[in-house]
Ligand binder design. Structure first.
Ligand code: HEC
Ligand code: HEC
Length: 317
């Protein structure tokens, strides 16, 4: 008996050491770093590209990187996910010292596709990654970041360093990994195929991350394989006061948007209005930059995906 206890005791100590050692390692090492292979890349800057890039960045980047006081992309303290630590979105104006003025196009492309910074550090889940965006649209975003648009004009505002929590470091060690640089070109969706256009926006504007069952079970590379794809119920979303706001079911089931008209959907997505009233809370931000046609294309695509029965309790009447 004594011997068994002794063995159990030793086993317990070993487990404790492994777990404790692992935790110490994660805590000290921080967010993991990876090898970087910055591609040679060049984007021709044209007014059309800058305009398209500004539209995409307004939907994908501006709400995080904009300083609410100045309206410029100099970064801000982000307080809607305190469990991930002290987060600060960087200055992405063209200031060479404090912003991204001296980044090459290859470094921007690499970060946006893979999530890896030029120094090898992985940008945690809160920074957007764009594995599904077409090459043309990625180029447009890069052209906008490099343009003379006032939003990105150089501003000498220093970044505050992020202080990721243990949870953030842990998740970036075990769950969130960098994405591969695409091996093939990613074409723009066929302009004659409304459903394909809708699918493109749902996947490249990241609607599916928030609108599927959870961030942990979402599949970045193959969105349709995310648990509860577009069926809503993601419990990790909060408003700016820290209150939970569960995401809606957007599948064609009657507990989703199955009974909605196209116009009701378009008004909700573009303006946050349902039956003429402001109805959608943060973090669901309206997308006024999408045209009527693009928003209706999203609706057309959502009509084609598997319906999921999931009555989401929004906690409001
Ligand atoms: C949900 C918030 C969020 C969104 C959306 C977002 N970012 Fe970021 N971004 C961050 C945070 C936070 C960091 C800092 C990451 C770090 O240092 O660990 C960052 C870092 C960066 C950096 C690195 C800057 C530097 O000096 O290291 C660039 C470039 C960047 N973002 C560009 C973009 C672009 C372009 C988009 C839109 C396609 C975008 N971001 C969308 C939060 C966001
Ligand atoms: C940051 C997370 C997030 C992103 C990204 C997001 N949504 Fe939402 N969305 C939500 C949340 C949360 C709600 C519920 C808001 C509420 O209850 O007030 C919502 C609600 C909606 C609704 C209202 C549905 C209803 O039943 O009332 C529609 C429509 C919608 N989103 C469409 C979209 C589309 C289309 C996209 C992509 C272009 C998108 N959302 C991107 C979080 C998000």
């Amino acid at each position: 008996m004594k011997k068994v206890l002794k063995i159990l005791g030793i086993l317990f100590l070993v487990v404790l050491l492994v777990v404790g050692g692992g935790a110490l390692f994660i805590s000290v090492r921080g967010i993991p770093s990876y090898d970087v292979e910055i591609p040679k890349y060049h984007v021709e800057i044209t007014p059309e590209k800058v305009e398209r890039g500004k539209k995409l960045a307004s939907m994908l980047c501006v709400h995080c990187h904009k300083n609410p006081e100045t309206g410029l992309l100099t970064g801000q303290h982000m307080n809607d996910a305190p469990e991930f630590g002290y987060l600060y979105s960087s200055n992405i104006t063209q200031d060479k010292e404090h912003g991204i003025g001296d980044w090459t196009e290859g470094e921007l492309l690499y970060l946006l596709r893979t999530g890896i910074l030029p120094d090898g550090r992985y940008t945690p889940p809160w920074m957007v990654k764009l594995p599904h965006m077409s090459d043309e649209d990625i180029d447009a975003i890069i052209a906008f970041l490099k343009s003379d648009d006032p939003l990105v004009a150089p501003q000498a505002v220093a970044d505050q360093p992020c202080k990721p929590s243990f949870l953030a470091k842990f998740l970036c060690t075990v769950a969130f990994k960098p994405l591969p640089l695409p091996e093939k070109t990613i074409p723009q969706p066929d302009t004659n195929d409304k459903v394909a256009i809708g699918k493109y926006y749902v996947q490249s504007l990241d609607c599916f991350g928030c609108h599927s069952a959870s961030f942990e079970k979402m599949n970045m590379m193959e969105p349709e394989k995310s648990l509860g794809y577009m069926g809503g119920g993601n419990q990790s979303l909060k408003d700016l006061e820290g209150n939970q706001v569960v995401s809606s079911n957007l599948t064609p089931h009657k507990t989703g948007v199955g009974n909605w008209t196209e116009q009701r959907f378009v008004n909700a997505v573009r303006h946050g209005l349902v039956e003429g009233e402001p109805a959608l809370r943060y973090p669901m931000m309206p997308y006024p930059e999408l045209t009527e046609y693009e928003a209706s294309a999203i609706f057309a695509y959502l009509r084609t995906i598997p319906p999921i029965e999931n009555e989401v309790d929004r906690g409001v009447e």
